[in-house]
Design a protein around this ligand. Structure first.
Ligand SMILES: Cc1ncc(C[n+]2csc(CCOP(=O)(O)OP(=O)(O)O)c2C)c(N)n1
Length: 615
């Protein structure tokens, strides 16, 4: 007989003994957090509201995952994208039902077009109210179908253990993409079997990538080995599959001049002798000219976007096209290809590499000499590149002041195209830009996400005054989190790229492309708690720029740039890539070093006082 018989009185009753707290039964929300922890998620961006409060309650109780309180759900979505783009792993964001959920849609659509693995978890009104026009009820499941890779409406707590790992598996498998999981509030609150909670299923992992067809690889090798003027065309899929090094090795072995899409920038380091930079609408003239001369084009992880290929029927006329992509539906979608290979780009390039004749064996020197000649005759010009108070100079001088591992985010507009042209990216997963959807407002929150995932890195965010105002509220998040994000604002008080199109293609009729009032961005930033540097007012702009980039934490650096400065070269929308306008060196422009006996290689000051520098 024990000396003391435990009280059987229910906790909280007047027995004289201290109440024994009843062990709390985990609920669906607790299980979701548990499953996210097991996926390795350590940061979630989001905003709470009525329909996801149980999830937030569970998040707070668990205490294991850092929550970043965005100021707008679109911002939270782009923060998740920023994390996913730099790590290559799925990142998560939370939103409540109704307006919270609809606010995520742009960020989700953006992730779909750029194949970024994110998992958006929305709260939904209780299942019993679905279809009743309940407060903050929208059919986000239905709305997100066209813009997600997959989506789920969870109908019972039992489904959660399956759905959450599946969401991660789907987001990261094959061609990555966004997945939405809509969880009604009653499912979040329903009790979970303790045994399930204690032994949750394994985390969702990406499925093994499909192996490329060996016959296709042999055929591609034969075509490339017989080519006289082959080229390599890299897309975002190369970065997604971690195949950048392999692509560079392959280009070096076979002597392949290489172009990249906007999404692939950094896959081959800028300055590599075989790199011809970005192709398409704002490519250097020599890049598009040389593509038109190639006889065999190896396209890896790209989708022949119209901004890259221009008028598709006229792209690389006469070239035999080899296309490798993990997504079979991309093959023959825009252009009929001569050799289509479905499979992981990295695996395919690795199998192709040993089958290729080397640059010497294949006798590529004549072609590579021709490439150099074209590069010299049609150089890319960057007016004012040494003056940080010019559009190109801001980019080049900032690049000079940070290390090669800096991460570069952009918004959308002229500043984006200039950054793509001029920033010397040295590796993959350091370049964050909204390529497919072209979403103004992407830059700042994506940069915050990148800085959260890579706190040791400096994150540059090149933006325009139009784009910055689309998610300017996230300055508050940047200040609160103390992220190392440097916002470089080329302020033309205009929607510059729209203005450029109206000037060039609408006979100069400028409509709704300039602002009538100037915004004091420095004061706004400071109001949000972000220090600001105005290079207009600076006596030593280079030094002030470098100091601002070196100081830890967020900072806004602004400079006035002329609204009328267009980005060249430019392929008019709908035209073929040889119909580039602008971007020719002006008489008196600096020219890159030609051979000793060539006489047009002097350097001169340009009209803005800066020297023209050539990439
Ligand atoms: C959300 C959204 N709305 C409209 C557009 C159309 N658009 C493309 S570029 C651009 C102007 C961008 O202006 P700004 O951010 O100031 O950059 P700038 O071109 O002046 O460098 C606009 C309105 C867009 N891409 N995204």
């Amino acid at each position: 007989m024990p000396a003391h018989t435990p009280s059987r009185t229910a906790p909280g009753t007047a027995s004289g003994a201290a109440p024994t707290p009843r062990k709390r039964q985990p609920n669906g929300a607790d299980l979701v957090i548990r499953l996210l922890e097991r996926q390795g998620i350590d940061v979630i961006a989001g905003i709470p509201g009525g329909a996801n409060l149980p999830l937030y309650d569970a998040l707070g109780r668990a205490g294991s995952i850092r929550h970043v309180l965005a100021r707008h759900e679109q911002g939270a979505g782009f923060m998740a994208q920023g994390m996913a783009r730099v790590t290559g792993r799925p990142a998560v964001f939370f939103a409540t039902s109704g307006p919270g959920a609809t606010n995520t849609l742009t960020a989700i659509a953006d992730a779909k077009l750029d194949s970024v693995p994110v998992v958006c978890i929305t709260g939904q009104v209780p299942l019993g109210l679905v279809g009743s026009d309940a407060f903050q009820e929208v059919d986000i499941y239905g709305m997100s179908i066209p813009v997600t890779k997959h989506n789920f409406l969870v109908r019972s707590v039992e489904e959660l253990a399956e759905v959450i790992p599946a969401a991660f598996r789907i987001a990261a498998s094959g061609r990555p993409g966004p997945v939405l999981v809509d969880i009604p509030k009653n499912v979040q609150m329903a009790e979970v079997d303790q045994a399930v909670f204690d032994n949750p299923p394994q985390p969702g992992q990406p499925a093994a990538p499909p192996a490329p067809d060996p016959a296709g690889i042999s055929r591609a090798a034969a075509l490339l080995n017989a080519a006289q003027r082959p080229m390599l065309y890299l897309g975002g899929g190369v970065v997604a599959s971690g195949a950048s090094d392999m692509a560079v090795q392959l280009a070096e072995r076979a002597g392949l001049p290489t172009v990249m899409t906007l999404m692939a920038l950094g896959a081959m380091p800028a300055g590599h002798p075989l790199s011809l930079g970005m192709l398409g609408m704002h490519a250097a003239r020599h890049t598009n000219l040389l593509l038109a001369e190639c006889d065999v084009l190896l396209v890896a992880g790209a989708r022949f976007d119209d901004r890259a290929v221009g008028k598709a029927e006229r792209f690389c006329p006469g070239a035999t096209i080899i296309h490798i992509d993990i997504d079979e539906s991309e093959l023959d979608k825009i252009l009929p290809v001569h050799c289509g290979i479905t499979g992981d780009v990295g695996l395919a390039l690795a199998e192709l590499l040993p089958l290729l004749r080397t640059r010497a064996e294949a006798g590529r020197e004549a072609w590579l000499t021709r490439v150099e000649e074209c590069r010299r005759r049609h150089p890319f010009v960057m007016p004012g590149a040494e003056d940080p108070r010019t559009p190109y100079g801001l980019i080049r001088c900032a690049a000079d002041a940070v290390d090669h591992d800096a991460i570069v985010a952009t918004d959308v507009g002229q500043h984006q195209m200039r950054t793509a042209q001029a920033y010397p990216l040295r590796g993959p997963r350091r370049w964050l830009t909204s390529g497919g959807l072209g979403t103004m407002g992407f830059g700042l929150p994506a940069a915050i996400g990148a800085a959260l995932a890579r706190p040791e890195a400096t994150v540059l965010c090149f933006t325009g005054d139009g784009s910055l105002q689309m998610n300017i509220q996230e300055l508050a998040t940047a200040a609160e989190e103390g992220v190392n994000v440097k916002i470089l604002l080329a302020d033309n008080n205009a929607l510059g790229l729209v203005r450029q199109q109206q000037e060039l293609f609408y006979e100069g009729r400028l409509v709704a492309c300039t602002y009538r009032r100037k915004v004091d961005f420095a004061r706004i930033a400071e109001g949000f708690g972000v220090p600001a540097v105005d290079l207009d007012a600076s006596e030593h702009p280079l030094r002030d720029l470098a100091d601002a980039l070196r100081a830890p934490g967020p900072c806004l650096i602004r400079v006035t740039v002329p609204a009328g400065a267009n980005v060249y070269p430019m392929v008019p929308p709908g035209a073929d890539n040889l119909q580039m306008i602008g971007g020719e060196p002006e008489p008196g422009d600096a020219m890159p070093a030609l051979s000793d006996d060539d006489d047009d290689c002097d350097t001169h000051a340009d009209a803005t006082g800066g020297r023209h520098v050539h990439a």
